[in-house]
Design a protein around this ligand. Structure first.
Ligand SMILES: [Zn+2]
Length: 361
């Protein structure tokens, strides 16, 4: 590696650490080339979209932001054009026509509208159509009917690339930088979900939740955003409704419960984006998923989402909506009931029997 490349990599690593820890806030456009579009989306979406001129965070931060903006990769696409009023429905036909013009002629891409998404894939056309209808359109329909009053304000493109090579090549072409994640991510910069289709339908389901959350609950804390998204990363059809099933995050949670390191709900709900995402153990994701799993198992998931829409202005943490949906007094009662339910879940006994958890403490 040439010395200037090494110096560039060192600087990006340093800034990335500062940004991801929340020690430094820079405008979204500046954060994208540093932490990648997915991480930047999680850190900033709906929270810090202020242009650099308004982000008065001291002379040093302003200077750094200017440096970072100058470092944005050449060829990055512009943000989606704001050429229509916010209350106007997106023009799907125009969007699809523009998309066709932007896509390379070869390989052939199949496009399917599954509003508010447009699915784009270079795999077998039948498979792209199946995913568009049975996964993407199904999820969007259920999210609308059960959880969200509004669609995302813009059409979100869902790119399903047939293999790793296609994923890396086309992501670089569409976003101006290599993929942030080896399997898939949501790029708020390109307003698109980009995935290697081999990542699986679970990863696709997870990412499909985020645009709805961003549009309906723009100021919600990360435990809600990721809790609902992770619930659907492993799900099944039960009586015509999607239902989250156990996955590997349960093991992470149970180990934390055994060790006594799980957070009280009020602490989880108070985590900033930076604190939530800076968790190499995965506990924050696991715990958030299993708060939503608990709501689901109590038949209170849909009620929580409706109640959160009504109460989030007064209580953005979601504590009030949780208490109302479960008909409980408050966080202390929730902590007791939730912990007991997790430890008593039949899957926990199975994991202990398989030796994947210590015998019951
Ligand atoms: Zn997520």
């Amino acid at each position: 590696m040439r010395s200037e490349e090494a110096e560039g990599a060192r600087r990006r690593y340093l800034y990335r650490r500062l940004v991801s820890r929340g020690a430094l806030r820079v405008p979204l456009r500046g954060a994208i080339p540093l932490v990648g579009p997915d991480c930047a989306y999680h850190l900033y979406a709906g929270r810090d979209p202020a242009p650099a001129g308004r982000a008065r965070r001291g002379r040093a931060a302003a200077l750094l932001a200017a440096l970072l903006l100058a470092a944005a990769p050449a060829g990055s696409p512009a943000a989606p054009a704001a050429d229509r009023r916010a209350d106007e429905p997106p023009d799907v036909d125009r969007h699809v026509a523009a998309l066709r013009r932007r896509l390379p002629a070869a390989p052939a891409f199949t496009l399917r509208v599954a509003a508010p998404y447009v699915v784009v894939g270079d795999g077998p056309p039948d498979e792209v159509a199946r995913l568009a209808e049975h996964v993407v359109a199904r999820a969007a329909g259920e999210f609308r009917a059960r959880f969200f009053a509004r669609d995302p304000g813009t059409i979100v493109d869902v790119y399903l690339f047939k293999d790793r090579d296609s994923y890396y090549r086309h992501t670089a072409m569409l976003t101006g930088s290599p993929p942030e994640s080896p399997l898939g991510f949501f790029s708020s910069h390109a307003n698109a979900l980009l995935m290697d289709v081999n990542a699986g339908e679970g990863a696709l389901m997870h990412e499909l939740v985020h645009p709805f959350v961003r549009s309906n609950w723009p100021r919600c804390p990360p435990w809600i955003n990721e809790g609902l998204a992770t619930l659907f990363e492993d799900c099944r059809d039960r009586g015509g409704r999607l239902e989250g099933a156990h996955n590997g995050r349960f093991l992470t949670l149970l180990r934390a419960l055994d060790r006594g390191s799980a957070l009280p709900f009020s602490s989880l709900a108070a985590l900033s984006d930076a604190a939530f995402y800076n968790d190499p153990t995965g506990l924050h994701y696991a715990q958030s998923r299993y708060v939503f799993f608990h709501l689901q198992q109590r038949g209170a998931l849909d009620a929580f989402c409706r109640r959160y829409a009504e109460t989030s202005r007064d209580d953005p943490t979601g504590g009030a909506a949780l208490a109302d949906a479960l008909k409980i007094e408050g966080p202390a009662e929730f902590d007791r009931a939730w912990r007991a339910a997790m430890l008593a879940d039949p899957w926990a006994a199975r994991l202990r029997a398989e030796g994947r958890l210590a015998p019951k403490p």
